[in-house]
Ligand binder design. Structure first.
Ligand code: NAP
Length: 186
């Protein structure tokens, strides 16, 4: 599929998954608006700048998940948005502040920006097996874990493997897990 003439935003572009998304989008001819927290940090952006097509079609923007409206102008005019930015850490002192707030508030922040931009036709969020891994149901051989297996918030809190809580409003349900985020529209 050719992305020629199309503009796509990738959040957290310096990250592992996002960097691959940026590479594939550039290969397919898309113009990519890549968000990073510090575009002046070579460790974060050098590998992106060196990608084929980057010189012509990669644009770097500074954005932070916890800054309200940070993504508004970046997303405006985009055809699609890949939202991958999220803290990914396995050793953490304060899960609420270091993990959950940036992930949940950040995702809502990005989605609000998308909702404001009529050009955005599709939003892709990265989830994780963590979204369905932590509950009391037995995972015997042959069991298929799918979207009916959402992790159980109480189990996660008690076992401290992950933290889960639901946010709901009229248009969306969001389940945040300690190490992942899963979202689906109703
Ligand atoms: N890698 C996997 O195998 C895997 C598996 C399942 C799910 N996932 C999910 O996929 C997503 C990306 O994972 P990844 O492995 O690519 O992670 P990663 O390499 O750590 O990338 C995460 C990106 O999020 C950005 N970020 C963190 N906090 C931010 C903030 N406050 N504001 C703006 N950006 C922020 C980081 O930007 P900076 O560079 O500026 O810090 C980083 O570039 C995560 O949601 C993760 O849970 C990944």
């Amino acid at each position: 599929m050719s992305g020629e003439g199309k503009v796509v935003c990738v959040t957290g572009a310096s990250g592992y998954i996002a960097s691959w998304i940026v590479k594939f989008l550039l290969q397919r001819g898309y113009t990519v608006r890549a968000t990073v927290r510090d575009p002046s940090d070579p460790k974060k952006v050098d590998h992106l700048i060196k990608l084929d097509g980057a010189k012509e079609r990669l644009q770097l923007f500074k954005a932070d998940l916890l800054e309200q409206g940070s993504f508004d102008s970046i997303v405006e005019g985009c055809d699609g948005v890949f939202h991958t930015a999220s803290p990914v850490r396995f050793v953490i002192d304060d899960p609420q502040a270091e993990l959950i707030d940036p992930a949940v508030k950040g995702t809502l922040n990005v989605l609000k920006s998308c909702a404001k931009s009529p050009s955005v036709k599709r939003v892709v969020l990265t989830s994780s097996t963590s979204a369905v891994a932590f509950n009391t149901r037995p995972k015997n051989p042959g069991v298929i874990v799918d979207e009916t297996w959402f992790s159980d918030p109480d189990f996660c809190r008690e076992s401290q493997v992950s933290i889960v809580f639901p946010i709901q409003n009229e248009s969306l349900k969001l389940v945040k897990l300690g190490y992942a985020i899963l979202m689906w529209f109703t």
